[in-house]
Design a protein around this ligand. Structure first.
Ligand code: ADP
Length: 597
């Protein structure tokens, strides 16, 4: 044969598709064909080539790189159907044939805008109207452009350009705002406006099957969520995984490995676009047409953009699902723990109630015999015979001191029981604070003196305050006893009062004792809580670190809070060597001016 065929147009256009990733704006960007032959090539050879490649719009006749004519597919086949001898026609050279056609081809530079090219093409005489135009590329190359391709480009792509941008913005927005798979349906929906299809599906590879995660255009009875496509060795999908490139099949019935799905209209043209994530194919976008309307390279390039979005959506959804699952697990665990904690809390509450009940019952039961014992002891102490016997008198004093201490403990237990059961009844009235403080000074001075401690109680003059005097006395009693107990011999203890702000009166009991660790600042106000060793308990109420039943501060807090006040401690740490000291602060509501303080 005397002519050479140029490289298959498909390949040439594929290379080009990569070079202009955006949308076509000039005719140089459109799919065109360079089927050119020398002037002496027989028409027969040209016609059989046109038959073999239905996409070719015609043939260019070149004589030493100069175009001397063009014969369109339409004209060639029109001639074949003429009544006189086909053989005559087929035996002629293509050059002769072109002369017979007798019209000048339309040449347009590759940089011609699509709109302008359409205009030029439509300006031609009527009989020439549907002839291909010849694109002239820089460097002299020439290619045939099918008028249908040009018209399609004009009618569809410029409008699509805006539409595509809009779609992409919308999808982008959806991708960043939703993590659910619904965004895939949206991608398919928007894509339909740009790349016409009859059926589309986004399929995700799960082991050896492809599962539909989104679908559009399927008949209602087709439950795509249940549809599975097995991945077979060297099938179209495997091929796609290997090349990571879209696959376009103009007529699927020509593919022996094509698997038609039951219950849905048979596909004609099909395109598959791989969904690539982190360099791996994770599934595919499947586009089906029920006509033999092949997917163009431009459409495949556009579809790849959508496939990219789908891959992101799938990845987002996967991460979201993972986080969701993790959160659910976490919630389940929290729920479990909360239930366990609630059970433990209920149990503790029950135990605490039992303990409070026991304290109440025990203290009541103990008080009566104690009162009897105390009465008889006092009677014995006033007995002349016992007074005469120094030994007996001393023993009796010991018994009496013990009973008094026991009385105090039982009274404390009763107080705590009342506080716990919210039965603490205050008898609030105005009383002389100065008098109370003075009596505390008188009561505690000898106890402090026993420990060679200095006790300073501020003189409050004759300031009257409102409250339950006896109850408040107990508060200061416990604070001062503790201050004496937890301060080494020779230390200092003070009780001061002032008005920190309007409406409040503050009492501060300070000592130069062992101090309290921060971790215990709250806990020491719980009943029975002690920071020291329980074994160090002593019957003396003022012995250094003597310990006690662990009720004093619980009672103090109960009484202060019942007055609408608050109590807390300040101390840097517990240290028996450096003795950083503690400060117990008591705030009580106060309505009178404090100038008298
Ligand atoms: P206790 O009967 O043990 O004194 P409290 O309720 O009065 O019970 O005190 C609880 C714990 O708080 C004490 O065991 C002690 O460890 C600590 N504590 C109370 N007051 C002081 C203080 N002034 N200095 C150091 N520790 C103190």
């Amino acid at each position: 044969m005397s002519f050479t065929l140029a490289e298959p147009p498909l390949l040439a256009n594929q290379a080009e598709a990569g070079s202009h990733a955006g949308l076509p704006s000039t005719i140089g960007d459109l799919t065109s064909y360079d089927f050119n032959v020398g002037p002496h090539v027989e028409a027969r050879a040209v016609v059989s080539e046109l038959e073999r490649r239905p996409e070719l719009p015609g043939v260019l006749v070149l004589d030493r790189h100069v175009c001397i004519g063009m014969a369109s597919r339409r004209r060639c086949f029109e001639m074949l159907s003429r009544p006189y001898g086909v053989e005559v026609f087929l035996n002629r050279s293509i050059q002769t044939l072109c002369k017979e056609l007798a019209f000048a081809p339309t040449f347009l530079p590759a940089s011609t805008r699509i709109d302008d090219a359409v205009q030029s093409a439509l300006d031609r005489p009527f009989e020439q109207l549907y002839e291909p135009v010849i694109i002239q590329f820089d460097g002299g190359a020439m290619k045939l452009l099918d008028l249908h391709v040009l018209l399609l480009a004009q009618s569809r792509l410029p409008a699509n350009a805006n539409s595509l941008v809009r779609q992409q913005i919308e999808i982008g927005r959806a991708l960043s705002s939703t993590l659910e798979l619904e965004v895939l349906d949206m991608i398919l929906h928007h894509m339909a406006e740009i790349i016409p299809y009859d059926r589309a599906g986004i399929m995700l590879q799960n082991g050896i099957v492809l599962e539909f995660v989104a679908a559009r255009g399927f008949p209602p009875q087709a439950d795509t969520r249940q549809m599975r496509v097995n991945v077979l060795e060297s099938d179209i999908y495997q091929e796609m995984c290997y090349t990571q490139q879209p696959v376009s099949i103009p007529d699927v019935s020509q593919r022996p490995d094509w698997r038609f799905m039951d219950g849905i209209a048979a596909a004609c043209a099909w395109a598959g676009i791989p969904l690539i994530h982190s360099g791996y194919v994770i599934g595919m976008l499947s586009l089906t047409r029920l006509t033999f309307d092949d997917y163009s390279q431009d459409e495949l390039a556009l579809a790849q953009t959508f496939a990219g979005q789908a891959a992101i959506a799938l990845q987002n959804a996967r991460l979201y699902a993972e986080i969701k699952r993790f959160n659910q697990e976490l919630e389940g665990k929290v729920q479990e723990r909360t239930e366990a904690l609630q059970t433990a809390y209920d149990k503790l509450e029950r135990l605490d109630r039992t303990k409070s009940d026991f304290i109440g019952v025990a203290s009541h039961e103990l008080r009566t015999p104690l009162t009897v014992m105390s009465g008889y002891t006092q009677m014995l102490r006033s007995d002349a015979a016992i007074q005469a016997n120094q030994n007996h008198s001393q023993m009796l004093t010991g018994i009496y001191t013990g009973i008094t201490r026991l009385h105090e403990v039982v009274n404390s237990m009763l107080d705590v029981a009342k506080i716990d059961s919210r039965n603490l009844q205050l008898c609030c009235k105005a009383f002389d604070l100065g008098g109370l403080l003075e009596s505390l000074q008188n009561e505690f001075a000898p106890l402090a003196a026993e420990r060679r401690q200095t006790l300073t109680v501020q003189d409050a003059g004759d300031l009257m305050i409102e409250g339950d005097r006896d109850a408040l006395r107990k508060v200061f009693y416990h604070l001062l006893i503790n201050a004496i107990k937890y301060t080494p011999d020779g230390g200092q203890i003070t009780l001061a009062a002032h008005q920190p702000e309007t409406g409040w009166l503050e009492f501060i009991v300070s000592d130069t004792g062992i101090g309290i660790d921060l971790a215990h600042h709250e806990l020491i106000f719980e009943k029975f809580y002690q920071t020291g060793q329980v074994a160090l308990h002593s019957s003396s109420k003022t012995k250094f670190k003597g310990g006690g039943p662990g009720l004093g501060l619980a009672i103090a807090r109960g009484i202060v809070e019942a007055h609408g006040g608050k109590i807390w401690v300040k101390s840097p740490r517990q240290d028996e060597v450096t003795c950083p000291g503690s400060q117990f602060h008591v705030w009580l509501p106060f309505t009178k001016p404090t100038e008298e303080l």
